[in-house]
Design a protein around this ligand. Structure first.
Ligand code: FES
Length: 120
């Protein structure tokens, strides 16, 4: 039911963990399934220099977090804000229909972190 790429990201997640001196943190929970995703950003001159995640959630949510951090690293904040759930799903080689909402969690957590940074 999951693509090989989803399983790889789930088994070997990239950028999992905490950035202690993060410049911004975003957190989003899904009220339906109860899953929570937290994104930490290290930003230099409007570019995401480092990004890490902590996700309490399903396999798809972990894979989404891992793929999202790979996509966002090195991007400007403006470009990172434009990452869509469809791009994440495509990067993962697809997600089962009932797991599409998990990709939304990633997009929203990243946006939340960037918005928090801009408010500082
Ligand atoms: Fe809720 Fe995956 S089931 S994020």
């Amino acid at each position: 039911m999951y693509s090989e790429k989803v399983l790889q990201h789930f088994k070997y997640p990239q950028n999992q963990g905490v950035i202690k001196d993060a410049d911004a943190i975003g957190q989003i929970g899904n009220p339906v399934c109860g899953d929570v995703m937290k994104i930490y950003l290290k930003i230099e001159k409007d570019v995401i220099k480092d990004i890490k995640f902590e996700t309490l959630g399903c396999a798809a949510a972990i894979a989404v977090s891992s793929a999202l951090t790979e996509m966002a690293k090195g991007k400007t904040l403006t470009l990172a804000m434009k990452i869509t759930k469809d791009e994440i799903v495509e990067d993962l080689g697809g997600l089962p229909t009932q797991k599409i909402h998990c990709s939304m969690l990633g997009v929203e957590a990243l946006k939340d972190a960037i918005k928090n940074y801009k408010k500082l």
